[in-house]
Design a protein around this ligand. Structure first.
Ligand code: GLO
Ligand code: MG
Length: 342
């Protein structure tokens, strides 16, 4: 069984602002984040298009590429590869009604232009992966959009990207709600079906975030297993979540250790990572933490993955196999609990 390579995004170091209150920590400079990531043990970075090029709306063509080249040098010096680029299509005022599914054509055009830039950035940074978290593609008012037409818009947008660049792959990151009330692509099943409807479904897969599966009432490991069965699990965002509420991005394993164990066990047993996939995190420090402690959610998450990986390695597979055969699942359950507690 292999060891994992890890990735993380700069937004995982966060100022602690939430919907009900302002920032509680200083913004950490990008260069400092890179240094910290490397020190904690990450191999690659995940980037939004505007993490790569701040104020991205002000740049295009050669000016955009010059910015990306400078970043490439910085990442090389920091010893971090790039896992993916994701167009951040939920923060611009033009994407308030959704991006690819906005009702106004000029707004959809803006989303498509942004996606084109994300691909240019990815090419320059040497990654083929474009992640689409379809944050605002959904509704609050059912009558506000045609859901059928919206799915067509999404297929058209993905087709445009697949056509623009014959090498890129699209990783859809499904989430059932937040910031929208009801997302058009709430689950992995929806994401994969959307991919199968595009012009080249071999280049459309998924990135699964543990908390997003939980918010959909599903088990993250089972969701990942489904995607793996289709060879479509191209990325993960490991984290944790306490029940059905807002997306908490808690440190991996901090809420439900058994579910975390199931995810690590699955990823190890199926050889996840052998085609270059990273074990990515999407976690936030608790708002109560002071500046100097607001990195520990990252090291804690990696610690949980590694400790659980040890637990997977030391499983008594013969015992498990025998219980599968004699169907004594109570004994199996007790064995796993004892193993995790031991
Ligand atoms: C929010 C998402 C978000 C994405 C990131 C990459 O709920 O999980 O953090 O993972 O923007 O596209
Ligand atoms: Mg995520």
């Amino acid at each position: 069984m292999q060891t994992f390579r890890y990735s993380v995004g700069p937004w995982n170091i966060h100022t602690g602002a939430d919907t009900f209150g302002p920032t509680v920590r200083q913004e950490v400079p990008f260069a400092k984040k890179l240094e910290k990531f490397k020190e904690i043990g990450f191999d690659a970075i995940q980037l939004h298009d505007d993490d790569a090029v701040p104020n991205i709306n002000d740049y295009e063509g050669d000016a955009l590429l010059a910015k990306v080249k400078a970043l490439k040098g910085q990442l090389g010096d920091a010893g971090l590869a790039v896992e993916f680029v994701a167009p951040r299509l939920w923060e611009d005022s033009r994407t308030r009604d959704g991006a690819y599914t906005a009702n106004l054509k000029q707004l959809r055009d803006y989303a498509n232009e942004r996606s084109k830039k994300a691909i240019e950035i990815a090419n320059e940074l040497g990654t083929k992966n474009i992640v689409l978290w379809l944050a605002r593609e959904g509704n609050f008012v059912p009558e506000s959009k045609s859901a059928v037409r919206s799915i067509e818009y999404l297929v058209e947008a993905i087709n445009r990207m697949l056509e623009q660049d014959k090498d890129i792959r699209i990783l859809i990151e499904p989430k059932p709600n937040e910031p929208v009330d009801k997302s058009f692509i709430p689950t992995v099943g929806h994401a994969l079906a959307l991919g199968y409807g595009t012009i080249d479904h071999s280049r459309v897969g998924v990135l699964i975030e543990s908390a997003h599966s939980l918010l959909a009432g599903l088990d993250p490991a089972d969701d990942m297993a489904f995607a793996l069965s289709q060879n479509k699990l191209w990325g993960v965002h490991l984290n944790d979540q306490n029940g059905l509420k807002f997306d908490q991005d808690r440190a991996f394993g901090s809420v439900n250790l058994r579910q975390a164990f199931s995810q690590v066990k699955l990823l190890m047993e199926t050889g996840y990572g052998q085609n270059g996939e990273y074990v990515g995190l999407d976690v936030k420090a608790l708002r109560t933490q002071s500046d100097d402690k607001a990195f520990k959610h990252l090291s804690n998450s990696l610690f949980a993955v590694e400790r659980l990986a040890d637990k997977v390695r030391s499983l008594d597979l013969e015992f498990i196999n025998a219980r599968q055969q004699d169907t004594d699942y109570e004994d199996l359950d007790r064995y796993i609990i004892n193993h995790l507690l031991g």
